[in-house]
Design a protein. Structure first.
Length: 134
């Protein structure tokens, strides 16, 4: 199995994992919207020990949503999402956007769609540009 690296936005948190992921969900719940500042979270799941921190592990901050089984972790310098263990410690959750390559699996599903952002569908059919529009 090949490895895949990832990092935060500023590059101070850097890690590597085996490119061996079990699940890939696009989660539309309200909490994931708040965590990402976007329409949904894109998270992959793997075994808890499938990570090697190469730098910046001490910069990782974690927030557990009170009363929910939802957590997030982020770089204390730039605020970008980074991997974290699920609250039950059974899965390592990696925000796909922090990977520096292509994971071995594609998104499998969209979950919590009853909470989907009201503007999401319009965004999917909106015009597309390769850069800022003129």
């Amino acid at each position: 199995m090949s490895s895949i690296s990832g990092s935060c936005l500023c590059g101070k948190v850097y890690f590597e994992s085996e490119n061996d992921f079990n699940d890939f969900h696009l989660c539309h719940c309200v909490q994931c919207q708040k965590v990402t500042g976007s329409a949904h979270a894109a998270n992959i799941f793997t075994q808890p020990n499938n990570i090697k921190w190469l730098s910046g592990e001490s910069l990782v901050k974690r927030f557990d949503v009170p009363g929910r089984a939802i957590s997030t972790a982020f770089c204390g310098e730039c605020g970008a999402p980074v991997p974290y263990l699920s609250r039950n410690q059974k899965d390592l959750i990696i925000p796909v956007g922090c990977l520096n390559g292509v994971p071995n699996i594609a998104p499998q599903d969209n979950i919590f769609c009853s909470e989907k952002a009201a503007w999401y569908d319009q965004g999917i059919i909106a015009k597309s540009f390769d850069k800022f529009p003129d």
